[in-house]
Design a protein around this ligand. Structure first.
Ligand code: HPA
Ligand code: ZN
Length: 346
């Protein structure tokens, strides 16, 4: 194991951009299909995996929404979430803020409460049995109308004590944040923190809209922000976090190879970039693999690795005392690995 790898493994980490439906591994998809008496168009796990050869975001979303069709009962959502949390434990992820897409399920006749209670029960067990803290973010589907979003918010209303914030995901181009201004204003009035996918496939203008019209506290992805110098200044000046997902970006063809990803430049421009896995069952790597892959292919220094990890804590919705405690621990661990002169790994 290289020293860089040891450092990554030793650091406690945070995940801030993770779709729970995107952690549905092919094996579990087959198990749940069998359990629920659902037919799949793929005969084997290998055939299914072979189909994970995406051209762009939409070609991924088509498979991702179809795959989620095997999730029916509260226990299914529990099992899905629990499997992800066990993965967090193995990767030394100590805090995670996960998205769920209720409309993907309520549109198939699954009750909002079934989805929510299954996920929430696993998150509670994750805290009690694994010591992993979490937040849950209800994400609206932007390929559906704002009116559909309002209906979903109505379904969520009795359960708002169990929802920590709202997000916006799905097909980005042609579905700008401005389409959801009234919905997000209502969420703000309800006291819900807001995030939005922007600047993944969509232009920097969508990031401006997310900031100015939806009043978000994080941008999900945001890698296209570098195309707009004024936007970079705004993001850097306000320490607006970007939840960057390098494996996702490569698999969805935003960058041809990991070695060409702009992560280092985001950091160099003073942005609060964080590292995340997005939909790891589809993109070939959980959080630790994203760190290890980027460290290797982008030749990240020890300081850059620690910066990414600390940015994650800073950008999280943990309370200030917890943030301070975790960041302090990161500094102690970093001190054991990083040489003070060049920021390299000892
Ligand atoms: N982008 C947009 N919508 C999504 C994604 C993503 O990366 N993953 C799951 N839904
Ligand atoms: Zn995402």
């Amino acid at each position: 194991m290289t020293q860089q790898e040891s450092l990554i493994r030793a650091l406690p980490k945070v995940e801030l951009h993770l779709h729970i439906e995107g952690t549905l591994e092919p094996e579990m998809m087959f198990d749940l299909a069998r359990r629920n008496g659902i037919g799949l168009i793929y005969g084997t796990v290998e055939e299914l995996r072979a189909a994970y050869d995406f051209r762009n975001l939409q070609s991924f979303l088509d498979l991702y929404y179809a795959g989620a069709g095997v999730l029916i009962t509260g226990q299914d959502f529990y099992d899905l979430t629990w499997a992800y949390l066990k993965r967090c434990e193995a990767d030394n992820v100590v805090h995670t803020e996960i998205f769920f897409d209720p409309q993907t399920h309520t549109g198939r006749g699954i009750l909002f409460e079934t989805v929510l209670s299954g996920i929430r029960r696993a998150l509670k067990d994750g805290k009690e049995e694994l010591g992993i803290s979490s937040r849950l973010i209800l994400s609206f589907l932007r390929h559906l109308s704002e009116e559909e979003g309002f209906k979903t918010l109505e379904m969520a209303r009795p359960f708002l004590d169990r929802i920590d914030g709202v997000g916006l995901d799905s097909s980005e181009v042609g579905h700008p944040p401005s389409n959801f201004e009234r919905l997000f204003a209502e969420c703000k009035a309800l006291g819900l923190p807001r995030v939005a996918h922007a600047g993944e496939e969509g232009p920097p203008g969508y990031v401006w809209e997310a900031l100015n019209l939806l009043d978000v506290c994080r941008i999900d992805h945001g890698v296209r922000a570098l195309e707009d110098g004024k936007l970079v200044d705004r993001l850097a000046g306000t320490r607006m976090p970007l939840t960057v997902c390098p494996y996702s970006n490569v698999r969805l063809k935003l960058f041809e190879r990991l070695a060409e990803h702009n992560l280092r430049e985001l950091l160099a421009r003073g942005l609060c970039a964080t590292l995340n896995s997005d939909d790891p069952a589809y993109f070939g790597g959980y959080l630790q693999e994203n760190y290890l892959g980027c460290a290797r292919e982008l030749a990240l220094s020890g300081e850059e690795i620690v910066k990414l990890v600390k940015n994650g804590f800073e950008a999280s919705w943990l309370d200030e005392a917890e943030k301070t405690r975790w960041i302090g621990l990161c500094d102690i661990i970093a001190g054991n690995y990083i040489t003070s002169d060049a920021g390299g790994v000892k």
